[in-house]
Design a protein around this ligand. Structure first.
Ligand SMILES: Cc1ncc(COP(=O)(O)O)c(C=O)c1O
Length: 388
């Protein structure tokens, strides 16, 4: 994406409006509650916090999961991390050693591979079917990829980059598979608050549904998307496995402490009782934007839009053979009514980049008028684009 960012800057310098559909950062204002404790509990000394995280914040994250079937959870089941990014890194180190294999349905959030590579963990992508809205393949397909080196399965639910929300059956299939093959199940739930059209989100921490699997489940969360607070860098690991908490805490101790000011802000956000606001105002806004983008995209010949209902992404198929080249051309050589669009090429979301060559991820975290315009620009671009 770095190369494309440079091209986007150059396009802006030429006076072209670049509509950014590539970014996964929410645009609604971070609730003002964020500042409450920072203002009122202003510490005399900005000292280290407990490595595992501020006890009240750990408790607040646990309490948040009581909305998702985790009524029994307490601060002891939670580690506060530097964003979900650090939670990914710690969870992988808890579950896997160098040379081990991690199964991830693909397309997947690109940083899973980047972080796994830092620890010499091999990511094995398991193909999902575009036509079925990125449903998981049958258990036998997964089982066919399991070797003596396989130690964990990882998913994001709701999913980045596809927007897919996994069904109860799919989650059971994965949990049973993990049990049968003695694997960890790492579930990244940072988009759990963004689910539309009456679709039901089920957390792997839901005790009623998944009690028997809890010793192998590690869930990751974050305030980045939930509260539109990406820059505050607060995430969490939540697991009922005490050994995993103890192992994870060693990594937390090695980096001493997550930011104490950020933790105060995060605590204020959890304390502000924002869940209704997220469920109504924010979800309605995203749903409306999703519909606007989908409506625009569906007028474009050859563009295929899957049926999905979560997060704030669409992973669409374009009538091109190399979406990276197309995204480059859009920024370097094209504009329509003074504007172009910046896309996230699908190649970054696959174990084998070429498998994503026909796809792009579009994020609908910009206002509706821009989304409408983006679809028009894309339509004009695709009618003009000639592959070299
Ligand atoms: C699926 C997923 N997990 C983790 C992260 C990282 O989140 P954080 O900002 O909490 O580090 C992202 C960010 O886009 C994401 O999409």
């Amino acid at each position: 994406m770095r190369a494309l960012s440079g091209l986007a800057d150059a396009a802006v310098a030429r006076g072209v409006e670049v509509i950014k559909l590539n970014i996964g950062q929410p645009d609604f204002a971070t609730p003002k509650a964020f500042w409450q404790r920072i203002d009122h509990d202003r510490p005399d000394v900005v000292s280290y916090e407990s490595s595992a995280g501020m006890p009240q914040l750990r408790e607040a994250v646990a309490a948040d999961y009581s909305n998702y079937g985790g009524q029994d959870l307490s601060s002891a089941d939670v580690l506060i991390t530097v964003g979900a990014s650090e939670a990914v890194s710690i969870a992988l180190q808890i579950a896997l050693d160098q040379g081990d294999e991690l199964l991830v349905p693909e397309p997947f959030y690109a940083n899973y591979k980047t972080i796994a590579q830092m620890f010499n963990i091999n990511v094995k992508g398991i193909a999902r079917d575009f036509a079925s809205g990125f449903a998981l393949p049958f258990a036998e397909v997964f089982a066919g990829h399991i070797t003596s080196k396989t130690k964990a399965i990882m998913i994001s639910n709701p999913d980045n980059p596809t927007g897919k929300v996994y069904s109860e059956e799919e989650l059971f299939m994965l949990a049973n598979l993990a049990e049968k093959h003695n694997l960890w199940l790492i579930v990244d739930e940072v988009y759990k608050d963004f689910v539309f059209n009456g679709t039901k989100f089920l957390s792997l921490l839901n005790l009623d549904k998944f009690a028997q699997f809890q010793s192998r489940v590690i869930v990751l969360d974050s305030i980045s998307k939930k509260f539109s607070a990406c820059g505050a860098r607060i995430g969490a690991i939540i697991t009922r496995n005490k050994e995993a908490i103890a192992a994870g805490n060693k990594y937390c101790q090695a980096r001493l402490s997550a930011g104490v000011i950020d933790q105060l802000g995060a605590l204020s956000l959890y304390e502000a009782g924002l869940n209704d606001f997220l469920k109504t105002t924010v979800n309605n806004m995203y749903l409306q934007r999703k519909r606007t983008l989908e409506t625009g995209l569906r007028t474009i010949p050859g563009v295929e839009v899957p049926e999905v209902s979560g997060a704030f992404y669409l992973f669409v198929k374009l009538p091109v053979t190399d979406s990276w080249k197309f995204a480059t051309w859009l920024l370097e050589s094209f504009s329509f009514e003074g504007a172009t669009v910046m896309l996230a090429p699908g190649s970054g979301f696959y174990e084998n980049p070429s498998d994503g060559a026909q796809f792009v991820r579009l994020a609908y975290v910009i206002e509706e008028g821009k989304l409408e315009k983006a679809a028009k620009v894309l339509k004009a671009a695709l009618s003009q684009y000639r592959e070299s």
